[in-house]
Ligand binder design. Structure first.
Ligand SMILES: Cc1cc2nc3c(=O)[nH]c(=O)nc-3n(C[C@H](O)[C@H](O)[C@H](O)COP(=O)(O)OP(=O)(O)OC[C@H]3O[C@@H](n4cnc5c(N)ncnc54)[C@H](O)[C@@H]3O)c2cc1C
Length: 490
């Protein structure tokens, strides 16, 4: 995940040019059925849609239009011709059927945080925002979360119940994309991925049917890591919660002195750490790279200190915070400064083990060569392992079950970055990424979609791809649900 600060810029003309070139760079497969251009849709058709729905249909200029349609990654800021604000599953079904009837391209939108803009369209945006209920069954501990819920709604609801799930840190990420693509967070090493905690989902398929699927259904299997936008539109997710840990210590440290050796030490001790440890280890690119560590441990400050001892002996941290905290106070602290829209690109890869000396040297070497923007660039490692690897590869569509770390290299820029400088940055990112994948497994995280990945289907789904294609053939043979990296039918 990129670290977005609130110093973001609004879209300007330079970026509009970029939107066009980014779109051209993606090899878009033809949209077999929904090839109609949105501007061909007659006004009467929009009235027809409005008549079919309980929720409102918005057209450009409507109140809240910009807030609703703007995606998190402004590189892909394409405006829809209309938005269906779906109030219930029937609204979703009617929107799909309407789009098919009038051959209007469409996408589902939950939080709009797809890295590659796959919840944007020039056609109909099926906005799940009003599906924002969180219900809870105290007997089973299962929470049923509406398909349009954002983390900012989910966290307070779970907090009131004294339970949690595996979740991320950004308040504006939606559950729609998050659950369907896997769902990583600091709780995953102790409790598995968010998709592992799913018990059922309600989904509207291409034929407009509202189905509830659970264990034993291949469609349910596909919804546990097959990524949003492939099989239907999920209107709710039933997820097994667990009690919040009674004792939690959070830590946030940075080092500017001897960063390479500190990083080596942290890499070794964290990799061997207990399942209750969730961590994120970052190299900030620049002539003098620095190291940041953020995380939580279900345990005491002394236990955290023993994990940090070796690194702190090598160099004194430039900043340091280790303190016991209430679980939800800690999560509030973590989400500070995350999630504002901006311009960015991110490339990911899983590592099967601690990075070798050669991999670490390569990372620092490339970090030093960053051409620079006024924003930032980081190589971030999210600590996986433990319960993430507990299930066999074929148990869910999420296939990456043999990793210890998930790497992303991110690049952010603003409207003040020239096209020439951006091109240099992109070239640097590609070379840095190529150098790192020499040490990595073949897998990339499907929830960090990367338009520049050549063999994206194999990288996201590995050995589960053939089965995912069979599910696609069974539920959406004519590819009603499609986007540039969509799973094709078998
Ligand atoms: C700032 C930031 C922080 C992030 N943090 C984390 C993190 O901590 N852990 C993690 O695992 N990932 C994280 N991500 C990645 C995130 O999980 C994915 O980008 C996810 O797809 C976003 O979901 P969304 O609903 O917000 O996005 P959207 O763009 O709305 O949707 C993503 C995709 O899913 C489809 N979709 C959305 N809702 C539904 C639905 N209900 N039914 C069917 N299809 C749907 C969309 O059409 C699109 O193809 C982060 C991303 C950002 C930008």
């Amino acid at each position: 995940m990129h670290t977005v600060t609130r110093r973001r810029f609004l879209i300007g003309s330079a970026q509009l040019a970029l939107v066009a070139s980014a779109g051209a760079a993606c090899a878009r497969p033809p949209r077999p059925e929904l090839s109609g251009l949105a501007h061909d849709v007659p006004p009467a058709a929009w009235s027809d849609l409005a008549r079919r729905l309980s929720g409102p249909v918005l057209r450009p200029g409507a109140a809240s239009w910009t807030r609703i349609v703007t995606p998190n990654n402004l590189v892909f800021n394409a405006f829809p011709a209309g938005v269906a604000r779906c109030a219930n599953p029937n609204d979703v079904a009617q929107s799909i059927l309407w789009a098919r009837e009038y051959t209007v391209p469409f996408v589902a939108r939950c939080g709009g945080h797809n890295y590659a803009g796959y919840s944007t369209t020039p056609g109909l945006m099926i906005d799940l925002g009003p599906l924002n209920r969180v219900d809870f069954d105290p007997a089973t501990g299962i929470a049923t979360v509406g398909g349009g819920v954002l983390n900012s709604t989910l966290y307070p609801a779970l907090q009131r119940l004294g339970v949690t799930i595996t979740h991320g840190r950004c308040p504006t990420v939606g559950v729609g994309g998050f659950f369907l693509g896997g769902g990583i967070g600091f709780n995953m090493r102790a409790h598995g991925l968010a998709c592992d905690q799913l018990r059922a989902t309600q989904i509207v398929t291409a034929d407009g049917q509202v189905r509830t699927v659970d264990a034993g259904s291949k469609l349910f299997w596909a919804c546990r890591g097959g990524a949003g936008g492939n099989f239907g539109i999920n209107t709710s997710f039933s997820v097994q919660t667990f009690k919040v840990p009674a004792r939690l210590t959070v830590f946030s440290l940075s080092w500017t002195d001897r960063p390479r050796d500190v990083y080596r030490a942290l890499m070794d001790t964290l990799t061997a750490g207990p399942a209750g440890l969730g961590s994120r280890l970052q190299i900030t690119a620049g002539q003098k790279p620095s190291v940041q560590l953020l995380g939580q441990l279900v345990g005491t400050p002394d236990e955290v200190e023993s994990l940090l001892r070796r690194a702190k002996t090598i160099a004194k941290p430039a900043s340091e915070e280790v303190r016991p905290m209430d679980y939800w106070a800690a999560q509030t602290e973590f989400l500070e400064e995350l999630g504002s829209p901006g311009f960015y690109q991110e490339r990911s890869r899983f590592f099967a083990d601690a990075l070798s000396d050669a991999a670490i040297d390569t990372a620092f070497d490339w970090a030093r060569r960053w051409p620079g923007t006024t924003q930032g660039s980081h190589m971030v490692l999210f600590q996986t392992g433990e319960q993430v690897n507990a299930l066999p590869r074929e148990a869910t569509a999420f296939v990456h079950r043999n990793s210890k770390w998930l790497m992303t290299i991110n690049l952010s820029w603003g409207t003040d970055t020239s096209d020439e400088l951006l091109a240099q940055n992109r070239e640097w990112l590609d070379k840095f990424y190529a150098a790192m994948i020499a040490f990595a497994t073949p897998g990339s995280y499907q929830n960090f979609p990367d338009p520049s990945l050549a063999n994206y289907l194999e990288s996201y789904y590995l050995t589960n791809l053939p089965e995912l294609r069979r599910v696609k053939r069974d539920v959406d043979p004519t590819r009603v649900f499609i986007y540039p990296q969509a799973i094709p039918p078998a």
